[in-house]
Design a protein around this ligand. Sequence first.
Ligand code: CP
Length: 328
Amino acid sequence: MMRHLLSMDDLGPEEITEVLDTAAGFAGVALRPIKKVPTLRGRTVCNLFYEDSTRTRISFEIAEKRLSADVINFSAKGSSVSKGESLKDTALTLQAMGVDAIVIRHWAAGAPEQLTRWVDAKVLNAGDGAHQHPTQALLDLYTIRARLGRLEGLRAAVVGDVVHSRVARSVVRGLVTTGAEVTVVGPPTLVPERAEHWGASVSHDLDDLLPKIDVLYLLRVQSERMHRQFFPSPREYARLWGVDRDRLARLPEGAIVLHPGPMNRGVEITADVADAPSAVITEQVRNGIAVRMSCLYLLLGGEARPADDAGRAESGGREVPAGGRPRR
Ligand code: CP
């Protein structure tokens, strides 16, 4: 594992497998009466959020608390950012306070990397502009592997608002790195020409692709990032690119549907598809906690503590089955 977790571009197949296998060990913690291990006891993690979040923020906080870290939540709203304080001065303040890790979400692409130049803490990117969202991709890979038993050789389509999507850039890279065959699909206005450089194919024909894929990954239409008109109307988008019951029926048996959330029900996905048995959207959310525990452990815990700490429950020092693996 590298010093920071900034981008899926930095992770090779072995490192991705290490994160997923370690997460599989941590998944058992959620099933225990006391959902806690002492791995990060005495470590301080700051969640530094300059942009709104529900899933990522809560998931990181639960992961940190399950690892017994001391957790500080910072939201730009209500902080000295509103008085004009810069990211650098905020970073130096956290550095002076001795935090061990910073989980950052920022509207500017590159902000997490910039942060690494100002602090000694480990930095985890929780989403930066339209650039990267590595823990989302890792939890997606975990969920696909858990459901379909493998990643290599799978055929995946990543559909919709690709151009504005850090999730697309991250999950496409993760799938390609682990040997899946990926096509990005959407209207020409929402699929960047560069997508072919990510190792994916590009298509503008969703209906042709549906019977040929194992994984259908739907992206949120990010209206808040659209400063011009990319399609005539949400209704038109839903008709051409949204997945409804009829399109769902065109998938091969056993295929699964993912969405990173938050969903625009009725636009990229209908309510009945979102709630269908083949949609694994709540599993993605559930798996995100174990995957983030794994990332925090591999960046922080494996270095300072004996590896078997990750496998010891808070109560009575009992072992958690397969809870965390030694750092290489
Ligand atoms: N998937 C995701 O990043 O969701 P949030 O914006 O709610 O964190």
